[in-house]
Design a protein around this ligand. Structure first.
Ligand SMILES: N[C@@H](CCC(=O)NCCCC(=O)O)C(=O)O
Length: 257
């Protein structure tokens, strides 16, 4: 039997500063193939190409990846300012309805960084445009100097709700993570359960209450060293297991029909 397919929600980019492309980090594909043991399929995130229903037929689960452009503030009832930076409204138009659809059906998704923020906004939450400007908050952005390994190295602890989903998954009430973001959750969405926080209080680990499927999402980047890192690996393994369960249910339904 072929492995289940995980749609990787990618970003828009420019090759040579002028040729528009859809792109996704190789670390994401590698984590999905090697750790989740599923087929990574890069999705051009634009509603011009497909409907949410079509996308959910083709894929068994979704990885909502990180991305520099921010969710457009009109999606949470605020006006865009310079502080909000750049946007990708085509991606918003896929990910926000996709999250709501999956929450209803139980189809698994895993949100990372921008993806984590999308899950919160999809569920009615809001974002801070620049959390390092808030009193008492640290700078969570990637350090501008050094190589990729330096940028993705662990930089703070995350305290987890004892006995919660994340603490059980990691077998620990505290884990160390990297951090590469400027925005952060301001108001959690109605069904968003915040189970992990950075030392400055920034929400780092969430899931959606009442959803049947996998909805765990994190503000950090577990795709970095996904196979070796003791925090990354259980996340991608658990996500793969959830996607396999979803795919098996789909096959069972097809056999009965
Ligand atoms: N734009 C948001 C989300 C940040 C994020 O996902 N960073 C990863 C970027 C990886 C890449 O460049 O592709 C924020 O700033 O909070």
């Amino acid at each position: 039997m072929t492995r289940p397919v995980i749609g990787i929600i990618g970003n828009r980019g420019l090759v040579g500063d002028r040729y528009p492309v859809h792109e996704g980090g190789q670390l994401n594909s590698q984590a999905i193939s090697e750790v989740s043991d599923c087929i990574p399929l890069l999705i051009p995130a634009d509603p011009a190409y497909f409907s949410i229903a079509e996308l959910c037929e083709v894929c068994d689960g979704f990885l909502l990846t990180g991305g520099r452009p921010n969710v457009h503030p009109s999606e949470y009832g605020e006006k865009a300012t310079e502080k909000h930076g750049t946007f990708d409204q085509a991606r918003d138009a896929i990910t926000l309805p996709l999250v709501r659809h999956c929450v209803q059906t139980g189809q698994p998704f895993f949100g990372i960084c921008r993806g984590f923020q999308e899950v919160n906004v999809a569920m009615g939450g809001t974002l801070h445009p620049e959390i390092r400007e808030l009193p008492g908050r640290m700078n969570h952005r990637m350090p501008p100097e050094g190589d990729l390994a330096h940028g993705f190295s662990n930089r703070h602890m995350v305290s987890l709700e004892p006995g919660g989903k994340f603490a059980r998954l990691f077998g620990a009430d505290e884990v160390e993570t990297n951090t590469l973001h400027g925005q952060g959750i301001c108001q959690p969405g109605e069904r968003i359960v915040v189970e992990g926080r950075a030392p400055d209080g920034t929400p780092e680990a969430i899931w959606v209450r009442g959803a049947r499927g996998f909805t765990l999402s994190v503000q950090w980047h577990p795709e970095w060293q996904a196979a070796q890192d003791p925090v990354s690996r259980p996340l991608f393994e658990a996500f793969g297991d959830a996607v396999r369960d979803w795919a098996a249910g789909k096959h069972r339904a097809a056999c009965v029909a």
